[in-house]
Write a protein that binds this ligand. Structure first.
Ligand SMILES: Cc1cc2nc3c(=O)[nH]c(=O)nc-3n(C[C@H](O)[C@H](O)[C@H](O)COP(=O)(O)OP(=O)(O)OC[C@H]3O[C@@H](n4cnc5c(N)ncnc54)[C@H](O)[C@@H]3O)c2cc1C
Length: 401
């Protein structure tokens, strides 16, 4: 069982929950009716208030203006925020910025920290992460065409990326590019910071995800890079360390996402139960009197509780032993909790009937935006395969060449 939180962290979680309930959830109507971009002015006002209340970026070290929480402590915060589609944004904890801040904090040079990390940590800028390419299976991240060739003190980048979350309006993109095509597979690529105004980097479009192209942070862009010149000093970490850094970034990121999904599940569960007792099939016969609805409620409760325990256990293991040691636990969490999210959301939507299909509740928003949970940061099948192979190696199965 995960240990109880120390009082300092427990207090942060209580305050974040109260702030989300009182200030952020009331903005949901506007968000659902008019979209993210129209809601940004109101959200930015709340960002200032979150800072003033000392709730800003709880995962970041205190010297960067954050709350300095451990991963396990922050996991609880992420659940509290997850009950709103935009609460992570309000506290500057949104992906992909959170992962980029962690990368820059761990691997950035002093100059990179000053130019890119500090404004991001203060919430003055946003960033994106460009790894996946339309031409290659993202599930095999070592297969990339985007190349960065050295030219004097610079790199010249050429390539094509898509699903670059939050690219529109961001100040820089961390681009994964092949810097040495002759190196061993996992040492071919590097992560390079490309400032948004760089000549030759072009946004082709925001991808219409389930019919919604969105905007700003809530969008996923297709981009091209043609002869983009950046100084080699913009490379994060040593040359060829791109995949190593990507793994570093994804470990905690998967815990953050999984606890956010549990927040979504709790909200969907709450909406499902409220509707089950208020919607009558006939006078005096609410939906909740039906066996099927009761089974969905019971199954959802069990799956959410089991998922939370798995995530907290993985987070505690990561805090204690690091990401490599917690690899199996992280794989389990990634596919298991994404499955819980999909099932709970689907049941909640079904209980709402036609209403569930409308943006009058947040269920349809989440249904559109979170189906991808089983795909991004490694599809289910990849995590199940790698977990099973590691287990089977313990039974003597040979490692693949
Ligand atoms: C909403 C959203 C946001 C995203 N944000 C970003 C971002 O900010 N930056 C970024 O770089 N990328 C981002 N991505 C891309 C994401 O990381 C990729 O979609 C993911 O890695 C899968 O790659 P792919 O889409 O090319 O699918 P493919 O690799 O082509 O796989 C297709 C399907 O094949 C199956 N499959 C794959 N591998 C195996 C296997 N080994 N065994 C069995 N079956 C398998 C799976 O079912 C998988 O869904 C985002 C994606 C989405 C949907």
């Amino acid at each position: 069982m995960p240990r109880p939180l120390p009082e300092r962290a427990a207090k942060v979680v209580r305050e974040v929950r109260a702030f989300t309930d009182e200030k952020i959830l009331p903005l949901e109507k506007e968000l659902l009716a008019h979209g993210f971009v129209a809601t940004v002015p109101a959200l930015d006002a709340l960002r200032a208030e979150a800072k003033a209340r000392g709730l800003w970026a709880p995962f970041l070290p205190t010297e960067l203006g954050g709350g300095g929480l451990t991963l396990l402590e922050y996991a609880h915060v992420s659940e509290a925020l997850g009950r709103s589609p935009v609460a992570h944004y309000v506290l500057n904890c949104q992906a992909p910025d959170v992962g980029n801040m962690e990368l820059l904090h761990l691997y950035g040079s002093d100059a990179q920290k000053k130019e890119f990390l500090e404004p991001l940590a203060r919430g003055e800028t946003r960033s994106s992460f460009g790894m996946t390419e339309p031409e290659h299976a993202g599930s095999n991240p070592v297969w990339l065409s985007t190349a960065a060739k050295t030219d004097g003190e610079d790199y010249i980048l050429a390539g094509h990326k898509w699903f670059t979350t939050g690219f529109e309006g961001s100040s820089f993109c961390i681009v994964m590019a092949v810097t040495d095509p002759d190196a061993p597979m996992h040492a071919r690529a590097s992560q390079i910071i490309v400032p948004r105004g760089a000549k030759g980097m072009r946004m082709v479009r925001n991808l219409p995800v389930m019919g919604e192209a969105g905007g700003g942070w809530a969008s996923h862009a297709e981009i091209t890079l043609e002869g983009v010149r950046v100084p080699q000093a913009n490379r994060l970490g040593p040359e060829g360390a791109g995949f190593l850094l990507a793994q570093e970034r994804l470990g905690p990121g998967r815990i953050h996402h999984a606890m956010r999904w549990i927040g979504i599940c709790e909200r969907a569960f709450d909406l499902m139960c409220r509707y089950a007792v208020s919607r009558e099939l006939a006078p005096g016969k609410p939906l909740g009197t039906r066996d099927t609805v009761q089974a969905w409620i019971a199954e959802s409760r069990a799956e959410i509780d089991a998922s939370r325990l798995l995530v907290l256990d993985a987070a505690e293991q990561m805090d204690r032993e690091g990401a490599a040691a917690a690899r199996d636990a992280i794989s389990v969490v990634k596919f298991y909790v994404a499955g819980t999210l999909q099932r709970v959301l689907d049941r909640a939507l079904q209980v709402h009937g036609g209403l569930g299909m409308l943006d009058d509740t947040p269920l349809a928003w989440w249904y559109r935006h979170e189906r991808a949970a089983r795909i991004y940061d490694g599809p289910d099948e990849v995590h199940k395969g790698s977990l099973a192979r590691r287990i089977l190696r313990g039974y003597g199965m040979k490692r693949k060449e």
